[in-house]
Ligand binder design. Structure first.
Ligand code: SAM
Ligand code: SF4
Length: 402
């Protein structure tokens, strides 16, 4: 049963959330994220919580994973105690969810439906590596209830794919996008990475063109982040590879933006473009006041003002569930100031913008200065980043905040 938790308490054995968190659940939409922490091989730039079978001492964790994560979903339904509205969005992310295969992914989705109830028009996404799907597996995913696919393509330039340790051929991602559309997926996304060492402007533009030719209605483009603790991070530290210069990254963003918009897409978040109606509603939930349960190792959840995160390692995560415990590692209750900071950071990155009314008097005064600098503009009563402001979104947020 829900009970009140003072801030900073250790996670209660039954995973109960504060009663006021449950009371306020739902108006911004409720989603479920399912993390699938497995990859066939690891890309040198990636620091997501994912493991190869060898790193987990064999494929057992992966074979049993649907049952493991469903145990968490059942406990989650008990913790939320009927307070959650029907689920508007489900997102299977990774790792490589499609390594589990359509039958197992469908089994987990059915479990989410039984535990919480899916809204009739729910958006159901899975991420997929291009080489891990076939026309037949895509049709099976579609039959299992998935209606949105997100493919990691990153680039079409063979030397860029090699630097990123990608194992698919340059043309595989657009081909998989076309196969997904033929299988009846309503929405398909392609992820691109720009700014990989050795990439040229032309490499990026050819990648954007290939994504568009795949017929997708959504493109995400991320600047390569060189993460500490990854194989790429070590290469940079040893001086074997140099990160791409910030001015070059800014130019690549502008080139990609121009090309994507010329094809009939528009930006709706700094790193995300869609055709009309193609926005990812699950991610919009993260950015615009939604709440969600995050299931799986290392997954984060957010309900009311409470945020929690799960045990990171898949084996320890599975052990907690085998012991009948929610696998929560820790939680925090955000105070009004922390919630405001997040609100400004996330909503200012949206095309929809940030209502002026959300800002304090001091922040509104500083907003005038960033308007004068041409980094944001007023759209009715909302602050919206200009094209130049999108290149400096983090700096704008830092300037605005008290
Ligand atoms: C969690 S990954 C899962 C996608 C899928 N496993 C794949 O690689 O095809 C989601 C996306 O995050 C992006 N990503 C991962 N690491 C990144 C990094 N270090 N810098 C920029 N983007 C990154 C990639 O575009 C990737 O497609
Ligand atoms: S980028 Fe995707 S395939 Fe590569 S290691 Fe990360 S999650 Fe796995």
């Amino acid at each position: 049963m829900p009970s009140t938790l003072p801030p900073g308490d250790p996670v209660p054995a039954d995973g109960a959330l504060p009663a006021d968190a449950l009371a306020s659940l739902g108006p911004g939409g409720f989603g479920v994220y399912v993390h699938i922490p497995f990859c066939a091989s690891r890309c040198g730039y990636c620091d997501f919580n994912t493991y190869t079978a060898a790193e987990l001492g064999g494929g057992g964790a992966q074979r049993e994973y649907a049952g493991t994560v469903l145990a968490e979903v059942d406990l989650a339904a008990r913790v939320l105690d009927g307070a959650a509205p029907s689920v508007r969005t489900v997102f299977f992310g990774g790792g490589t969810p499609t390594l589990l295969g359509p039958a197992e992914l469908g089994r987990v989705l059915d479990g989410v439906d039984k535990a919480f109830g899916l809204a009739p028009d729910a958006e159901i996404t899975t991420e997929a590596n291009p080489e891990s799907v076939t026309p037949a597996s895509l049709r099976a995913l579609r039959r299992a209830g998935f209606n949105r696919l997100s493919l990691g393509m990153q680039s079409v330039a063979p030397h860029v794919l090699a630097t990123l340790d990608r194992v698919h051929s340059p043309g595989r991602a657009p081909a998989a996008a076309r196969e997904a559309l033929a299988a009846g997926f309503e929405h398909v996304n392609i992820d691109l990475i720009y700014g990989t060492p050795g990439e040229s402007d032309d490499d990026l533009l050819r990648s954007v063109d290939a994504a568009i030719e795949g017929g997708v209605d959504h493109i995400s483009a991320y600047a390569l982040t060189i993460e500490e603790g990854t194989a790429m991070g070590r290469r940079v530290r040893r001086g074997e590879m140099s990160p791409t210069d910030d001015d070059v990254l800014a130019r690549r963003y502008e080139l990609a933006d121009e090309r994507i918009r010329a094809a009939g897409f528009d930006w709706y978040e700094v790193s995300n473009w869609s055709r009309p109606g193609g926005e990812c509603m699950h991610n919009m939930g993260y950015w615009d006041g939604g709440e969600w349960w995050g299931a799986g190792p290392g997954a984060h959840g957010y309900v009311g003002s409470t945020r929690w995160w799960n045990i990171k390692h898949p084996n320890a995560y599975a052990q907690a569930l085998a012991d009948g415990r929610l696998p929560v590692a820790d939680f925090e209750q955000l105070d009004a100031r922390a919630m405001h900071t997040e609100d400004v950071m996330l909503r200012l990155r949206l095309r929809h913008g940030l209502p002026l009314a959300a800002l304090s008097d001091g922040e509104r005064a500083r907003a005038e200065a960033v308007i004068d600098e041409g980094l944001v503009a007023l759209d009715a009563d909302r602050l919206v980043l200009t094209d130049r402001g999108r290149l400096l979104a983090d700096a704008v947020v830092r300037t605005l905040l008290d």
